[in-house]
Design a protein around this ligand. Structure first.
Ligand code: GLU
Length: 507
């Protein structure tokens, strides 16, 4: 059997969308499950859409997620530019492969599957307006090409002359006029499209001596011996052309699988950055600053664990057929199959995304969480012994979704409150409560003894405790008094109580 070889072939047109990361992930899982290769190729032949930094962003995103290509990256972690044992097909950046494509385009012309087109932008524009005026849409194909300026309508001498004189001609695919293309997709099943609805796509442009996406994609997939093309559903309309290109070249085609879209949390349509901005969640794996200085948030910077992010992406469109939701990368590789990828789009649920992170946080050791929390403590000016921090983290981790929540949950274990929540103060800082609380605190030597003391006196436990909590934390909610006192110590508790007495007015 042929070796499984799949590729992730993004265009560096901006930050990689989380849907793109999912495409990479599914390719990776598919390859690993079958003992195959996962290849990274950068499709940058559209120079107008090139965005500086996007390629580095793609690579960094894959690295963060642990979706590492077997082929495509050099030892320095950048895209491989020189062929060697590991990267036999280098370079993997299409703009550096530009010399490869022309001969394939010319071959199609020679064999009658493509032709030279000399129409200028202005001429095409005129044809478009003319069709529009007649209430039609202009398509460059069998219906119109006979009246346009190309090597099918012109004499060979003139064609030769124009090829030499002009530098704005293109090579177009000669789409059959009326043929049903029959295709199989591993996810979508059987598909038929009549070529009469399709146009003569440009394959190669003299102006920049570069192929378009379609030609470069097919030539590279062939040369790189790709066995399966797994990509987003937005490429499904290109599939008939790709099928016909393989046929025209006489090459064996890979299998195709088009993945369903990631959909908006509410309403219809594709999940976009605007949805994220509106509802407060990232749609990109990493934070991105555009060349214009616009900043987009990322899952990494928002505090997601990479493994939680990978897990939640895996579940967007694929299901294991069981109730299991938490999967390590190894388990995903084991369980993944294209048969269990859905046909319809997967609605993104930002709350579910958080749920995944919460689960992963709970699975982390106290030791690891402690080391992640320490820098947050330092940035808040707190210098606490790791042992104590680790114990605190163990106590509060069930309540947190992100490591950054730790500070919000337990900051008062590290420093005294500067302020008191007004409505809590007016509710609990009453003369009789304060008197009872002071007495209970000073007369006992531990939280447990204090509780027994209050009970023996038959004082209202809730009121007294909330009064103490207000003094210790600045509000009436938070961890149990016993835990708070254990961490800050009795001395500090007394100190904070006295400070509250100085600062708060009795209500
Ligand atoms: N360069 C295309 C993209 O940006 C790749 C499509 C494909 O995988 O064939 O998504």
């Amino acid at each position: 059997m042929k070796k499984t070889r799949v590729r992730f072939a993004p265009s560096p047109t901006g930050p990689l969308h989380m849907g793109g990361v999912r495409t990479a992930l599914y390719n990776y899982l598919f390859a690993k499950k079958r003992g195959g290769d996962f290849i990274l190729r950068i499709e940058d032949t559209d120079s107008h859409r090139f965005v500086p930094g996007a390629e580095e962003y793609i690579i960094e995103s894959l690295r963060w997620c642990g979706i590492m290509p077997d082929e495509g990256l050099g030892p320095d972690g950048r895209l491989a530019e020189k062929a060697d044992e590991r990267n036999p097909h280098a370079p993997y950046r299409q703009s550096q492969r530009r010399g490869i494509y022309r001969k394939y385009a010319e071959q199609l012309v020679r064999d009658g599957f493509a032709y030279y087109a000399f129409d200028t932008a202005a001429e095409l524009e005129a044809a478009r307006s003319q069709a529009e005026a007649a209430g039609q849409t202009f398509i460059y194909n069998a219906a119109t090409r006979g009246s346009l300026r190309n090597s099918l309508t012109m004499g060979s001498d003139e064609v030769e002359r124009l090829l030499g004189e002009r530098n704005d001609w293109t090579i177009r695919f000669r789409m059959p006029s009326d043929e049903v293309v029959v295709m199989e997709d591993l996810i979508r099943g059987h598909i038929e499209v009549n070529t009469s609805t399709l146009d003569d796509k440009v394959l190669w442009k003299r102006a920049d001596e570069l192929p378009t996406y379609h030609l470069a994609n097919i030539v590279d997939d062939h040369l790189m011996e790709i066995s399966h093309v797994i990509r987003g559903e937005e490429w499904l309309p290109s599939l008939p052309l790709h099928f016909l290109l393989y046929r025209a070249f006489g090459w064996e085609r890979p299998e195709f699988a088009h993945l369903p879209l990631l959909l908006k949390p509410v309403g219809n349509g594709k999940l976009s950055k605007r949805d994220g901005d509106k509802m407060g969640f990232p749609v990109f794996p990493l934070k991105w600053t555009s060349p214009e200085g616009e900043v987009s948030r990322g899952y990494r910077e928002d505090g997601y664990f990479a493994d939680a992010f990978v897990n939640l992406l895996a579940m967007l469109g694929w299901n294991p057929g069981t109730e299991q939701e938490i999967f390590s990368m190894e388990e995903l590789i084991e369980a993944f199959s294209l048969e269990k990828v859905g046909k319809s789009g997967a609605k993104f649920n930002p709350e579910k995304a958080k749920w995944f992170n919460k689960e992963y946080l709970r699975m982390r050791s106290d030791e690891e969480l402690c080391s992640l929390f320490m820098p947050i403590l330092s940035s808040n000016g707190v210098n606490a012994p790791a042992e104590k921090v680790q114990e605190i983290v163990g106590l509060i981790k069930e309540r947190a979704t992100f490591v950054s929540d730790f500070w919000d949950i337990a900051w008062y274990l590290f420093k005294a409150p500067e302020e008191y929540v007004e409505k809590d103060a007016s509710k609990f800082w009453k003369k009789e409560n304060v008197d009872m609380a002071r007495q209970a605190l000073t007369e006992t030597d531990s939280a447990q003894a204090m509780e027994e003391y209050i009970r023996a006196k038959e004082w209202p436990m809730g009121k007294v405790m909330n009064c103490i909590r207000l003094a210790l934390t600045g509000s009436s909610n938070g961890l149990g008094i016993a835990d708070i006192m254990r961490f800050i110590g009795r001395e500090e508790a007394l100190l904070r109580f006295r400070r509250a007495e100085e600062r708060l007015v009795i209500c």
